[in-house]
Design a binder for this molecule. Structure first.
Ligand code: GTP
Ligand code: MG
Ligand code: ZN
Length: 307
C-alpha cells in the first residue's frame, strides 16, 4: 500500500492511504544521506506501508525518493537538522508588521532557502486589520516595492476578519502542496482554519510581555484542500533552512543578482568589493535594492562565521 504522511510526532505517523488514514510506525532503521537529520520521515513523504495483522495500525517499510524537502536547525541537537516537510510545490511565508514583527532580513533568509530548494514562494501579509500608523504602512510599502519586482507575489489578508479569503488565496494554492511557514504568532493556524474550518488547529494569542508568539503548533500537519492540493501547517520558526551555500554561490539565490552573474571581472566574485563587479555597479545604478544587498552581506558574513 502507498500513502502520504500527514502528521508525524517523532515516534508514530499518520498516513493517508486509499483505505483511509492509518496510524503507522517505522520498521527498522532507515539510512539517511549525508544530512544529519533528527527525523527520518517528514510530513509530505510518500511511503509504502502494510497493515499489521489483526490491528488497525500499519508499518512503514519504504520511503519513496523526495522531490524536495525543507529543513531547519534542530532546537534539541547541535549540528543536526530537522526536516519540516517534503514534496512541496510552494511555500507560503506568512508575515506581519507587528506582534510579531517580521523583519526584511528574516524574509530574505527564508527566500534564499526556498530559492536554493527550488521552491516558489508566496508572501502573505496577515493581520491587515491591525495596520495603523505611518511606520507600519512604510513597512508594507517596502514589502511591495522590494519583493514584487523580484517575482514574488504579495497577498494582503486578515485571517480573522476577511470574508473573501477563499477568493484571495484559493486560486494561488489549489492543486499544489503548500507549506505554511513564518514566525510563531503570525497566524498560520488561524489562516488554515479560515480556509479549512474542519481543520480546527489550535491557535493562541501572542504573549503581551514579549509581543511574540507562544509556539502553539508543535508538529507539522498536512490538510487536504477541496478538489486537489493541500496545506501544511508548521510550528513557528526563528530561522528556516540551513544555508549551506558556498560564498560565491549565494548570489544565485538572489533573483536580482542572478541575471548579472558571470559578467563580473572575476568569476569567483563575491560582489563585496572586487574591482569590475557588475553587481556593485547595478547596486549603484539603483537596479538592486539596498536592503536586499544588505541582507546579502549579512548572510554572507553569517555563513562565514559558521565555517
Ligand atoms: N488581529 C488579528 N489577529 C490575528 C489574525 N490572524 C491571527 N491572529 C491572532 O494571532 C494569534 C496567533 O495566531 P496563530 O494562528 O496561533 O499563530 P501561528 O502562526 O499558528 O503560531 P504558532 O503555531 O505558534 O507558530 C491568535 O491570537 C490569533 O487570533 C488577523 O488577521 N488579525
Ligand atoms: Mg500554529
Ligand atoms: Zn561581482
Amino acid at each position: 500500500m502507498k500513502g502520504r504522511v500527514i502528521k508525524s510526532t517523532g515516534s508514530w505517523y499518520l498516513v493517508h492511504t486509499d483505505q483511509g488514514i492509518l496510524s503507522a510506525r517505522l520498521k527498522g532503521k532507515f539510512k539517511q544521506d549525508e544530512l544529519k537529520l533528527t527525523n527520518p520521515i517528514a510530513v509530505g513523504d510518500w511511503v509504502a506501508l502494510e497493515k499489521e495483522e489483526g490491528q488497525d495500525s500499519a508499518v512503514i517499510h519504504e520511503i519513496f525518493p523526495r522531490d524536495n524537502y525543507v529543513i531547519r536547525k534542530s532546537t534539541r541537537k547541535q549540528h543536526f537538522s530537522h526536516m519540516i516537510a517534503s514534496n512541496i510545490d510552494q511555500a507560503i511565508l506568512v508575515i506581519t508588521m507587528k506582534k510579531p514583527r517580521t523583519s526584511l532580513g528574516f524574509i530574505d533568509r527564508f527566500l534564499v532557502a526556498t530559492e536554493s530548494y527550488g521552491i516558489p514562494t508566496l508572501l502573505v501579509v496577515n493581520k491587515m486589520d491591525q495596520l495603523e500608523g505611518e511606520e507600519e504602512s512604510d513597512w508594507l510599502q517596502d514589502i511591495h516595492e522590494i519583493y514584487v519586482p523580484l517575482g514574488y507575489a504579495v497577498v494582503e489578508v486578515s485571517a480573522l476578519k476577511d470574508t473573501d479569503l477563499d477568493s484571495k488565496l484559493l486560486p494561488k494554492i489549489q492543486g499544489k502542496s503548500n507549506l505554511i511557514a513564518g514566525h510563531s504568532g503570525v497566524g498560520k493556524s488561524t489562516l488554515l482554519n479560515a480556509l479549512l474550518p474542519d481543520a480546527r488547529q489550535e491557535t493562541k494569542a501572542i504573549s503581551d510581555y514579549s509581543a511574540k508568539g507562544v509556539h502553539t503548533t508543535t508538529f507539522a500537519e498536512l490538510f487536504f484542500l477541496p478538489g486537489s492540493g493541500d496545506l501544511i501547517d508548521t510550528p513557528g520558526i526563528k530561522e528556516f533552512g540551513i544555508l549551506d551555500v558556498a560564498e560565491e554561490e549565494l548570489s544565485h539565490f538572489f533573483p536580482e543578482m542572478r541575471q548579472y552573474l558571470g559578467q563580473c571581472k572575476y568569476n569567483n566574485c563575491t560582489h563585496v568589493n572586487e574591482p569590475g563587479c557588475v553587481v556593485l555597479q547595478k547596486l549603484k545604478e539603483g537596479y538592486i535594492h539596498p536592503y536586499r544587498y544588505q541582507s546579502y552581506l549579512n548572510i554572507l558574513s553569517e555563513e562565514d562565521s559558521h565555517r
